[in-house]
Design a protein around this ligand. Sequence first.
Ligand SMILES: *Cc1c(COP(=O)(O)O)cnc(C)c1O
Length: 392
Amino acid sequence: MDRQDRKRLSLFTPGPVELSPPAKRALARGVLHHRTEAFKEALVELEARLKAVFLTEHPVATLTSSGTGAMEAAVVNLFAPGEKVLVPVSGKFSSRWAEICASYGVDVCRLDLEPGQAPEPESVSRILIGEPDVAGVMLTHCETSTGSLTDVEAVCRAVRDVEERQGRRILTCIDCVTSLCIDEFRMDDWYVDCALAASQKGFLAPPGLAFLAANRDALERMEQERGPRYYFDLRRYFEDIVRSPFTPAVNLVTAVNESLESILDLGLPRIWKAYRSSAAAVRLIVESAGFRPVAVSQAGGAVAFRVDSVGAEALAAAMRERCGIVVAGGQGDLKGRILRVSTIGKGPGEIVRFAGCLASVLKHMGRSLDLDGIQADLERILEDSAVWESLR
Ligand SMILES: *Cc1c(COP(=O)(O)O)cnc(C)c1O
């Protein structure tokens, strides 16, 4: 492959993802000063759009950090050292919740699950009933390391039932980094207290910004005595949403703002449906190749599948060399055993291209993927994923 082809690698990785056209245009413009009226207007617009995608009436703070920064901010502002939280762990990102809590002396009650599984509402309520001092539940909506989707609505309803039955308050805090603008999420309707996202996944923008929405109870908790916090002291951000306490990544603010404008124009329900179709199409393709998807309940943004018999690294390298398609490998214990394909921002054309590439690479490895046999099903499934062409 020559250098020119290398430049045209297409990313099927779950973040960073290819940028939306409006994000690209915004980045091509110069830099705004962060204390100007024009920038303030961009922040006002951005917050309104963030509320529209979190589906919340509550304020949303913008932090200059990656998604993990917002996770850390949630932990240090909502819980004091010595308080206890429940963390269901089924992969790299849910495990990160547990690691951050432990780093700040917040006690973790772990619910360990197999990779690909998601926490069940019944197990969550059982633990909460047995652990009367648990003050929070940290969930990962889409566990990007396995493509597994948690039923946040059902788990939060279970938490609420325990609260009502036992007259206690348990804050729910959701990592929506790979689900916002991808899978259906409704912060207020689902009684979520705190939710966070980042710029480089469903927002189709570059990495560098994180967003944290907090309801009244979460905001109240932030006012209480806590362990040390400074840059991520969320009180500074929520005090005046349109006046960042520190120099924000101004170019990213405009990129995300304009990307979200287009995303909202398309409409979230249409986007959720498109992702469900795209993920179903990718599952059909890999299953037809004889690979087993990892997730029991499939998220829209990433499909992970076991490739034990072929060798993950060899397969990924071949796809990259032959067709310029970059897929992600497994993380932690799943390294070398699975591959992960992101559907973020991908239309039917690209998914069919992925299928063609996989078929040709497997053929060279002496295996087969019968594309003709699944063509009709694939076309039918992909009808709903054709939304990105109208993203201008
Ligand atoms: C990408 C991702 C994050 C954030 O990772 P950063 O590299 O810190 O932006 C957090 N949670 C999930 C589920 C993710 O997929």
